[in-house]
Design a binder for this molecule. Structure first.
Ligand code: FE
Ligand code: ZN
Length: 511
């Protein structure tokens, strides 16, 4: 049956239609106070006088949003089908390329889901209809990201190790607690801090530095599904970046008292995000069989040029300065990835990925990209020594437990500013207990909210307290859900042996 309208509907302009479908659905509460209806938006000290000043640059409506996203999903799943049917898992550059994606699946995908949850919370709890609707769209984007990433990478799980228990491992494995604790910190903050932490500091300041390397790594190394996922998520990302920028400008314009609060959040969340990016740094410089660009280059382009030189001069108008510890991040770019991959090389027996001494060719690439640091500080004292051990028939792993930073949870490995030979260590005492931090940035974050960080679930402490399956390495690995072939050395690993058999090439000899 077809309904016949009594009068033809008048056609609204795009802007009027947008307003009717979003803003006009808002109302003033009559039988509860607005404080009762929106209980979370005052305790952080942020003052909002006029929510209608929030601009939505994309003017999306629910129907347009879902139509558009459904189109993108259709394209992605068509590519995934083709990939599965044509044995696409054989066309990677090397089996070891997938180490990068194992880290992505366990470290990033669960964060997408958490972002979905918290943006859903914000879409209920912001007082203004503009940001509520933007948060609703982002919440939907994020669950779609989690789903499409899982579906994309599940194609590899059938053939390769290390991807079978990513959710459980996200909650348990030592290095996963770096991204997990970062996001838990944001989830347990107030709504405006979350918006600055994830919407601005993550999505605007750091997203290109975090995602572009993974997606270009995929394109350089024959990973068509991940590349397609990346394109599918890209238009969402540009909306998220715009939301982050709108959010910070809106807060700064609403009241001068917001400026110092927002500045501290920018300071904190830049450093938190930058420390998580240490994992991306080692991925770019060491894990890609065909490297894309060095971490140093990526940092200079996506952070120093686009953010420090491009964005922060604009924010100065509002009284916002570049992040407090930014100079230490700049100084570390020469050495960051090398320290972190060295940790992974030492501890990959307890991870869902494999590591190896970089090949001669790869070391030459590293020396070329890091002329001032690689040869003297990393190649000679570390890799040459590791190579001598392998040449004599060994392969060492570090069997002790490292001290972790109380804030970023990364093992103490970062250098003292200006001195690559000394490990940086900072300490604070709180309520009669002693806490260790990896840097001035992490110590500043700890001292600002010690009552939050003393509660951190530190993987090493949890092992010592007997909460991780038992006292031995096999006990802990079983509790992590690790299976034979997940971690350890690349040479002779299950993935490498299978790869060689599939391609009819000889596998490297097991060390
Ligand atoms: Fe996302
Ligand atoms: Zn730290």
């Amino acid at each position: 049956m077809t309904a016949t309208p009594t009068r033809p509907a008048r056609k609204l302009s795009m802007k009027a239609r947008y307003s009717a479908l979003t803003r006009d659905l808002d109302w003033e509460p009559s039988y509860v106070s607005s404080e009762e209806m929106f209980p979370y938006t005052s305790f952080e000290g942020i003052k909002i006088h006029d929510w209608s000043k929030w601009e939505d640059p994309f003017r999306l409506t629910v129907d347009a949003y879902y139509k558009y996203q459904a189109e993108k999903d259709k394209r992605l799943y068509a590519v995934l089908d083709g990939f599965a049917q044509s044995q696409g898992h054989l066309s990677l550059s090397q089996a070891s390329y997938l180490n990068a994606m194992k880290i992505f699946l366990g470290g990033v995908t669960p964060l997408e889901y958490q972002a979905h949850r918290n943006f859903a919370f914000l879409s209920r709890h912001f007082n203004g209809p503009g940001p509520r609707f933007a948060a609703l769209c982002q919440s939907q984007d994020e669950i779609r990201h989690a789903q499409t990433e899982i579906h994309t990478l599940s194609n590899y799980n059938k053939y390769y190790s290390g991807m079978h228990s990513f959710l459980k491992q996200h909650d348990r494995v030592w290095y996963m607690s770096v991204p997990k604790s970062y996001f838990d910190d944001a989830l347990s903050a107030g709504p405006f801090e979350f918006l600055i932490a994830i919407g601005f500091s993550f999505e605007y300041l750091l997203t290109n530095l975090l995602f572009v390397p993974f997606m270009s790594g995929a394109s350089f190394n024959g990973d068509l599904p991940t590349m397609t996922f990346g394109f599918s998520a890209q238009s969402d990302e540009s909306r998220h970046m715009t939301l982050g920028l709108e959010a910070i400008k809106f807060l700064l314009e609403q009241d001068e008292d917001n400026v110092p609060i927002v500045q501290e959040w920018v300071d904190k969340w830049f450093w938190r995000g930058y420390r998580v990016a240490a994992i991306v740094a080692q991925m770019l410089d060491y894990m890609l069989p065909k490297p894309v660009m060095s971490w140093k280059e990526a940092f200079e382009l996506y952070f120093e040029k686009q953010m420090l030189e491009g964005l922060f001069p604009d924010l100065e108008y509002y009284g916002i300065k570049p992040p407090r510890h930014v100079q230490q991040a700049i100084d570390e770019k020469e050495a960051l990835s090398h320290f972190v991959y060295w940790v992974f090389y030492n501890f990959s027996f307890a991870a869902n990925f494999t590591t190896s001494i970089p090949s001669k060719e790869h070391q030459a690439w590293l020396a070329e990209n890091y002329p001032d640091t690689f040869v003297d500080y990393f190649q000679k004292p570390r890799w040459d020594k590791a190579q001598r051990i392998v040449d004599n028939g060994g392969r060492f792993f570090f069997m002790g437990l490292p001290q972790l930073c109380q804030v970023c949870q990364i093992p103490m490995t970062f250098p003292e500013p200006g001195d690559l030979n000394t490990i940086c260590q900072r300490t604070s005492d709180y309520n009669g207990e002693h806490f260790n931090m990896c840097s001035d940035g992490c110590k500043w974050i700890f001292d600002r909210e010690p009552e939050k960080y003393v509660q951190a679930w530190l993987p090493v402490h949890q092992i010592y307290q007997g909460n991780c399956g038992g006292p031995t390495v096999p006990d802990v690995l079983a509790w992590y859900g690790m299976q034979e072939g997940d971690g350890g050395e690349i040479a002779g690993s299950r993935d490498e042996v299978n790869w060689a058999a599939w391609h009819g090439t000889p596998a490297a000899k097991e060390a």
